[in-house]
Unconditional design. Structure first.
Length: 358
């Protein structure tokens, strides 16, 4: 293991001992904010230190076995123990490197999923509906809750634009690499000549802002309009101006919600979407600045970047960022996304590891 990593691990080990003492201190216990902060830090480094302790034990076992190797009577046993210890140390070193990677503070958050139909007209809107179903099925497979926040349906089905909220631990961490352009190649149901058409949608995955703490929305910067909702939702929805549209004047960003049962509920949801959009914009600007210095292999998260192609005639899904092609389009469209998402996460980890060990 590199000396720089070893040094970092020893420092964390010392810090954990310090935290154990602090968390049992009555003065700290009486200060809830400090106690909460230290408890969070303790939880973050405890697993790292525990894994490091196992690594150190394996290192000791290796030293003992190497000493035993000098005794001819125990050489065969020592060889086996040396082999086992070295294998365990290699495995634990890899685990420690992953555990030491910088964490994205947003990974555990709920998300807003936004899908917009792009080029392709009605076919793009139908594909937007297919993508929505794919992500909602994935959410269901992970035991996450989901709800439609806002939907602008097209005449032939599907959506010109749709926003869903997905609630579940780790949802942003799993889905954050889905932001970007998604292209579909297939024969539309309206195509009489059997020609393959290419259409596109853009997907945005935005972490939900923490109760508007991250984004301070000045009421003077907001214009709130109410209007009569349209589309599905029951007879009650057309009787009152329950739909809400909020415009953030400094940025021109707009969020609306019409699927709730009351104006109050719609306003609350629209405010959350708006906060998430502003938060996401700030995040994208920071990423753009960072990627200008170092281009990420898994993409910058730019909405205009084409990240994936779904080719129905060939049953193929290709992710262009990591040159991954899977001939499992039916399973993927049914929400079996782990075979795409896991390699993307692994690619990010490899990049961060390279940076960590530079």
């Amino acid at each position: 293991m590199k000396p720089s990593l070893l040094n970092k691990l020893h420092l964390l080990r010392e810090r954990l001992e310090e935290l154990n003492l602090l968390l049992s201190d009555e003065e700290v216990i009486s200060d809830m904010n400090r106690f909460r902060s230290l408890s969070k830090e303790h939880a973050e480094i405890a697993e790292v230190v525990e894994t490091f302790e196992r690594y150190l034990q394996c290192e000791k076992n290796l030293a003992d076995a190497q000493e035993l190797y000098n005794d001819v009577d125990f050489r065969e046993l020592a060889e086996e123990e040396i082999k086992t210890a070295k294998q365990s140390m290699e495995t634990l070193e890899n685990e420690l490197q992953i555990l030491l990677l910088p964490k994205d503070a947003d990974d555990e958050k709920n998300i807003f999923l936004e899908i917009r139909a792009g080029t392709g007209g009605d076919e793009a809107a139908l594909f937007a509906g297919d993508l929505l179903r794919m992500y909602l099925r994935y959410a269901e497979r992970n035991g996450w809750r989901s709800e439609i926040i806002s939907a602008n349906e097209s005449d032939l089905g599907g959506y010109k634009e749709v926003i869903a909220r997905i609630e579940g631990t780790g949802s942003y961490g799993k889905l954050k690499f889905e932001s970007g352009g998604h292209r579909v190649q297939r024969i539309p149901t309206t195509e009489s000549q059997g020609r393959i058409h290419t259409s596109a949608c853009t997907v945005a995955i935005m972490p939900e802002a923490d109760e508007l703490v991250e984004i301070e929305l000045n009421p003077n910067d907001l214009r709130i309009d109410t209007f009569r909702a349209s589309g599905a939702g029951g007879q009650h929805i057309n009787k009152t101006d329950s739909a809400v549209r909020i415009t953030h004047l400094p940025t021109g960003m707009v969020a609306e919600c019409q699927d709730g049962r009351s104006q109050h509920a719609n306003k609350a949801q629209a405010m959350k979407v708006l906060a998430a959009r502003i938060n996401d914009k700030q995040k994208q600007e920071a990423l753009a600045k960072e990627s200008a210095e170092r281009k990420s292999l898994i993409g910058s998260g730019d909405r205009s970047e084409r990240i994936r192609t779904y080719n129905f005639p060939q049953g193929r899904v290709s992710d262009h960022r990591i040159n991954l092609t899977l001939y499992k389009i039916d399973a993927i469209m049914d929400g079996c996304l782990d075979e795409i998402i896991s390699p993307l996460i692994a690619e990010q980890q490899a990049e961060l590891l390279a940076k960590l060990t530079e």
